[in-house]
Design a protein around this ligand. Structure first.
Ligand code: COA
Length: 385
């Protein structure tokens, strides 16, 4: 092994990345489709690799997402496809690469980064912590079919409706003060809508996108601005009940469907948990939303060994919906956090929980105020990446 170096992956190296991928994730997938998609990451310097001499031995990429946090959009680098060749594992290659991934997220101006971990160890060492889940609920199709809403006009939608979808989703997430859902690059939304295996329907104040899944139906997203529209869109999917007995749905644990459907979702809800990390603490705290009327004045001591610009004595103030994290003098009463505690707090984990897990120390008097400011709805994502 020569000295390993982290590089920007080039078009010529994509075949090597594919080789490491199938050794890591198993066979399957369309190589040409994957390559076409990967070229965009190459062009934007959002795919990194590790070289041993002339051999590419690891790779990872960064999706240019935005993520809703308490009803406001925050740019987020979604890390995916983290792979190390089997013969190079267990000797720090993944960590070496992920350190540069974090630096690249900072250079690209993402205050946040998130990922779905296959193993938490690697990412925890680098400051990521659990922040939310992707929830898959299963409903009886027949139950949804009879939800009604027949007076609401629902029409088939297509790629020309992409803007309207984005508009309706934005409105719903702002009003509900959602935390977690992703905003995909527009090109991805268009590609999804162009795919004839996906079905999209639009009403005046809502939409649904769904597809077949092993003989069942699967809702990727359903947004409704009113009860009538919620009933009409869920009933549109449920109308498939003569063929599909079950409708799976990716939605929030607090989605109105749980209150509308006569029978509760089957008891086997599946959760894929995702992890979050603050790349730029002042920017991440300034960009997110906060509960109406919330105020906060707190001294923080952050120690972030991977991203030293986050490290230091800070004062966090919140008023009129705007938060500012500013350098401050050291304080004996400061709330002390590392990057994992900071990420979990940002995602609404109660301070009492963080203290038991040794992710927060000092400044106990501030717990109720921190709870009120960061607590709220459960963060969720609808999509895997
Ligand atoms: C997961 C993977 C990327 C790790 O790469 P790596 O180069 O072996 O990681 P490192 O050597 O830098 O290990 C960093 C830490 O993670 C731990 N770790 C690595 N792989 C692990 C695993 N499969 N299970 C538990 N811990 C693991 C290491 O023990 C090390 O912790 P330590 O410092 O406390 O010993 C690599 O095993 C891989 O490609 N796996 C298959 C694909 C995959 O799962 N990718 C992750 C997708 S999110």
């Amino acid at each position: 092994m020569t000295e390993l170096r982290v590089v920007d992956v080039t078009e010529e190296q994509l075949d090597s990345v594919w080789q490491v991928r199938i050794r890591s994730f198993g066979p399957g997938g369309d190589r040409d489709e994957w390559k076409k998609n990967a070229l965009q990451f190459v062009a934007d310097q959002r795919i990194l690799g590790v070289m041993d001499g002339a051999d590419l031995v690891a790779a990872a990429r960064i999706w240019p997402f935005e993520q809703w946090w308490s009803g406001r959009r925050v740019p987020m680098g979604g890390v995916a496809g983290v792979v190390v060749a089997p013969e190079y594992r267990g000797r720090g290659v993944g960590s070496l690469m992920m350190r540069d991934v974090l630096k690249r997220c900072a250079e690209k101006g993402y205050p946040l980064t998130a990922l779905y971990p296959a193993t938490t160890v690697l990412y925890r060492h680098l400051g990521y912590e659990f922040a939310g889940g992707r929830y898959k609920f299963s409903f009886q199709a027949a139950d949804l079919r009879t939800l009604g809403g027949t007076g609401t006009a629902v029409r088939k939608a297509g790629v020309d409706d992409a803007d309207r979808f984005l508009e309706l989703a934005s409105k719903a997430h702002a009003v509900r003060r959602s935390s977690g859902p992703l905003i995909w690059p527009r090109s991805e939304i268009e590609a999804w809508l162009k795919d004839e295996d996906n079905f999209a329907y639009l009403a005046e104040d809502g939409f649904v996108v769904y597809s077949w899944s092993d003989g069942d139906l699967s809702v990727d997203e359903l947004i409704a601005g009113s009860e009538e529209t919620a009933r009409a869109l869920w009933a549109t999917v449920g109308s498939g009940s003569s063929i599909a007995t079950t409708v799976h749905a990716y939605c929030a644990p607090s989605d109105p469907i749980h209150l509308l459907a006569e029978h509760e979702a089957q008891g086997d809800a599946r959760i894929n948990r995702w992890m979050l990390r603050l790349v730029d603490a002042p920017a991440a705290l300034a960009a997110r939303g906060y509960p109406e009327g919330a105020v906060l004045e707190v001294d923080l001591r952050i120690d972030d060994p991977e991203l030293p610009t986050n490290t230091g004595d800070w004062h966090l103030s919140l008023a009129d919906g705007a938060a500012q994290l500013k350098p401050a003098d050291p304080s004996a009463d400061a709330v002390r956090l590392g990057p994992r505690g900071l990420a979990a707090l940002y995602a609404g984990t109660p301070p009492a929980t963080l203290r038991v897990a040794s992710l927060m120390a000092g400044g106990e008097d501030q717990d109720p105020a921190l709870d009120a400011v960061f607590g709220g709805g459960t963060p969720y994502m609808l999509d895997y990446f």
